[in-house]
Design a protein around this ligand. Structure first.
Ligand code: SF4
Length: 403
């Protein structure tokens, strides 16, 4: 396929947290608000006058300093974020809006304050929201109250951000515009011979989370138009289509490893993915924008930290639905080493989904940095071969049954 016009530019934007568009927004007087977890509503960090930037630690291989402070039993995403902060990678931040959604990241973010990691910006502050462990009505009321008092009020009082109804509605509008673009591009992955590679989609979705929305949107909209007329390869190069689900995944190089084995990641159901993640926020009749935002994030997340049986069943059903909609041949559950929530989900999901979906399912444990690619590639190749054997066996049975 012909190269996408902005792919190299997007890749460049992912080389540093403090990228060209972040610097441009800062130069225009916008405030940079960092976050890492889906439960900190991205849309509220994009209120007029500020912009959200989800924390990544690009090109961080060693986590020696972070390990010294946190031990090596902490997930490597958390340690990489801390390492990147220690080396000054987030000095552009005006605030870090955090949440007690997982203890590891909670502890990691505390170091921003304990070690005064954000230099050069005396107004920098950290807040930590408490996020409930279920999505019932009481939990929603608590979550909304936390957003209001721990996130919005400090933004208003310390940085002068307008947190009124109209300001939130306008942020929701811009957010939905971006979701429509990413959603439309993501839908293209349903084709058997898609006009976008999974790697390209991963890059596009990640830049949409780390760059100021108003600056990245024009590039994404142009990319969507370009894709509408892009000619696919004459013949599909993919040996298998996979739903990839699991913990934090902000490095498109990981998707590239799958592609190098002939696997097309047709649906990205992981932290930082678009399923869920890029659904529009609907404000109901008579509902406040804040309530709609709280409802949306609490009930759309599908995060395994919700342990009730009802939520666990919904997650399985969602994966199954994605596998059907995106014509997947297999499912991969990945989890970051030492990630408690996804560690359980990976083991349970790998076991149950095999029967539920009738598809081959693989569990994969990994680190944040894409380093030991050889081992990863061997596992993926073996999995693809098992999918191909299953397809052959299934078609033999069909032929046998028809004869
Ligand atoms: S990968 Fe798991 S342990 Fe690490 S920050 Fe995410 S939820 Fe927490």
């Amino acid at each position: 396929m012909k190269d996408l016009k902005y792919l190299i530019y997007f890749e460049k934007l992912l080389e540093d947290a403090d990228n060209e568009l972040v610097r441009k927004a800062k130069a225009e007087g916008k405030l940079a608000l960092g976050y890492s977890c889906y439960y900190v509503p991205e849309v509220l960090l994009d209120l007029p006058g500020c912009f959200s930037t989800r924390l990544r630690a690009p090109r961080t291989e060693s986590t020696d300093i972070a390990t010294y402070y946190m031990t090596n039993k902490i997930c490597s995403y958390t340690r990489s974020i801390l390492e990147y902060a220690v080396t000054g990678g987030y000095n552009y931040l005006d605030a870090l809006l955090s949440s007690e959604t997982c203890q590891m990241m909670h502890r990691g973010h505390e170091h921003f304050e304990i070690l005064s990691l954000v230099k050069e910006n005396p107004r920098f502050f950290l807040t930590m929201m408490d996020v409930p462990f279920n999505d019932g009505e009481d939990a929603l009321a608590h979550y909304e109250q936390q957003i209001e008092t721990i996130l919005l009020q400090p933004l208003h009082e310390r940085l002068g951000i307008d947190i009124g109804e109209e300001a939130i509605r306008s942020a929701v509008e811009e957010h939905n515009r971006l979701c429509r673009v990413i959603g439309a591009i993501g839908e293209m992955r349903k084709e058997r011979n898609p006009v976008i590679t999974a790697y390209e989609f991963h890059v596009i979705n990640v830049v949409s989370q780390v760059c100021p929305k108003y600056l990245i949107l024009p590039y994404l909209e142009e990319t969507l138009e370009e894709l509408k007329t892009r000619e696919p390869d004459p013949k599909s190069q993919w040996r298998a289509r996979l739903v990839l689900t699991g913990s934090e995944m902000d490095n498109p190089e990981f998707t590239k490893v799958f592609e190098s084995c002939g696997a097309y990641v047709c649906a990205d159901r992981y932290c930082w993915g678009s399923k869920p993640g890029r659904e529009e926020i609907e404000i109901g009749e008579g509902e406040t924008a804040l309530h709609a935002v709280a409802r949306h994030y609490l009930r759309s997340s599908k995060c395994p930290r919700f342990m009730p049986r009802k939520n666990a069943d919904e997650r399985l059903a969602y994966i199954k639905q994605l596998a059907e909609e995106y014509h997947a041949d297999g499912i991969v559950y990945e989890s970051m080493k030492f990630c408690e929530f996804w560690g359980y989900e990976r083991v349970i999901g790998t076991h149950l989904m095999t029967g539920e979906s009738g598809l081959p399912v693989m569990g994969l444990e990994r680190e944040y940095a894409v380093s030991s690619v050889g081992q990863l590639r061997t596992r993926i190749q073996a999995f693809i071969e098992s999918i191909e054997i299953k397809k052959l066996n299934d078609s033999d049975k069909t032929i046998g049954g028809n004869s």
